[in-house]
Design a protein around this ligand. Structure first.
Ligand SMILES: C[S@@+](CC[C@H](N)C(=O)[O-])C[C@H]1O[C@@H](n2cnc3c(N)ncnc32)[C@H](O)[C@@H]1O
Length: 303
C-alpha cells in the first residue's frame, strides 16, 4: 500500500494517492454509489490567453486556456486509463447501486465504449446545459455549452439500482427552466455553472462542479447513509454533497494543492455543522468539542 497522506473522520476518508493504486485496497461491493469526474483530456500545450484590458465584448476579464498536467493524455492512454478505473468501479459498487460519470466530447466516446466493453448498462445519458458558458474565443467553433453525464449500473438485467422516482418527479429546481414540479425529470438539465461564494471560499479548482449539480445526482440515486466513492476528488464537491445526504465518503486525489483544498473545505463543513448542532441544543455551548478529525492520524484543528 502506498498511501502518502490521509484525511479521516467518522464519515470521510480521503487519500492523497493515485486512485488506480488506491482502489486496489478496497473490498468488492463496498459502495452504494460512485461519482467519477475524471480528467477529460481537454488540456492543451497551446498558449491561448486573453490579457486584461481587451476590448472584446462578452469575453469577461483576463483568462488563460486550461493546461493541467493531470488532464493531458492522448487517445490510447486515455482509453486504457478509463478502462482501468471503470473496471475497478464495477467491482467496488454494488449491483444495487449506480455510478455517475462526467465527460465532454474529449472523453465521452471513450467512456461510452468502455461501458459497453465491460458489460455495464447505461441508464441515461444526461446533457448538463450550461446556459452561461464561456464564449468561443477563436470564432471557429460553436460555443461549447454542455457536458455529458452518464448514469450507469452494474446489476445487469435485474436493474435493481435505486431510483428515487417520486421525489425526483415532484422536485422543483428553481433555476431549471426545463423541469416542472410534478413532471418527470428530463435528460437535459439546465443548471448554470456558477458557484456560490461558500463553494469557493477555501480556494478554486479549475474544473470544480457546482454543488447543486451533484446534489441532483444524489437526489436521484443515493440512499441516505449509503457509501459514496469519489475517485477524482478535486475540490471535494462530491464529498460535501454526500455529507449533506448523510453518506460515508471515500475519495482520492493526486495533486497536493487540490487535496489540501478539499480537506479545508470539508473540515469547515464539519465545523459549521457542529456550530449549528450546538445552537439547536441550548445549554450545550460550553461543552468541549469532540475532535474526531484527523490528518495522517493526528487530530486536526479545523480553524
Ligand atoms: C475534473 S477534476 C474533479 C473536480 C471535482 N469534481 C470538483 O468539483 O472539484 C479531476 C481531479 O482528478 C485528479 N486526478 C487526476 N488523475 C488522478 C488519479 N489517477 N488519481 C487520483 N486523482 C486524479 C486531478 O488532480 C483533478 O483534481
Amino acid at each position: 500500500m502506498n498511501k502518502q497522506k490521509t484525511f479521516s473522520h467518522d464519515k470521510v476518508n480521503l487519500y492523497l494517492q493515485n486512485v488506480i493504486e488506491g482502489m486496489l485496497d478496497l473490498p468488492d461491493n463496498s459502495f452504494d454509489l460512485a461519482i467519477a469526474d475524471p480528467p477529460y483530456g481537454a488540456s492543451t500545450n497551446a498558449t491561448w490567453k486573453l490579457d486584461s484590458g481587451h476590448t472584446l465584448d462578452g469575453f469577461g476579464g483576463a483568462w488563460k486556456l486550461a493546461s493541467h498536467n493531470w488532464d493531458m493524455f492522448n487517445g490510447l492512454d486515455g482509453f486504457e486509463f478509463t478502462l482501468t478505473w471503470l473496471n475497478e468501479l464495477k467491482r467496488l459498487v454494488k449491483p444495487t447501486g449506480s455510478i455517475w460519470i462526467h465527460s465532454t466530447y474529449h472523453n465521452s466516446g471513450i467512456v461510452n465504449v468502455a461501458c459497453q466493453m465491460l458489460g455495464i448498462e447505461i441508464i441515461n445519458e444526461v446533457v448538463w446545459y450550461k446556459r452561461n458558458a464561456f464564449p468561443n474565443l477563436s470564432g471557429r467553433r460553436l460555443t461549447a455549452s454542455h457536458e455529458t453525464i452518464l448514469w450507469i449500473h452494474t446489476g445487469e438485467n435485474r436493474r435493481d439500482y435505486y431510483f428515487n422516482y417520486e421525489n425526483v418527479k415532484a422536485a422543483h429546481f428553481k433555476e431549471d427552466g426545463l423541469k416542472e414540479p410534478g413532471k418527470q425529470l428530463r435528460t437535459v438539465w439546465d443548471i448554470p455553472n456558477n458557484k456560490k461564494r461558500s463553494e469557493l471560499e477555501f480556494g478554486k479548482h479549475p474544473t470544480q462542479k457546482p454543488l447543486r449539480l451533484i446534489e441532483r445526482m444524489l437526489l436521484i440515486s443515493a440512499e441516505q447513509e449509503g457509501r459514496l466513492l469519489i475517485p477524482f476528488l478535486g475540490s471535494g464537491t462530491d464529498v460535501i454533497a454526500g455529507l449533506k445526504h448523510d453518506m460515508d465518503c471515500v475519495g482520492f486525489e493526486v495533486e497536493q494543492e487540490y487535496f489540501d483544498l478539499a480537506c479545508r473545505r470539508i473540515s469547515a463543513y464539519f465545523e459549521e455543522k457542529e456550530t449549528d448542532l450546538q445552537m439547536e441544543l441550548p445549554g450545550c455551548n460550553d461543552q468541549p468539542k469532540a475532535s474526531n478529525l484527523s490528518l495522517n492520524g493526528l487530530a486536526v484543528n479545523v480553524k
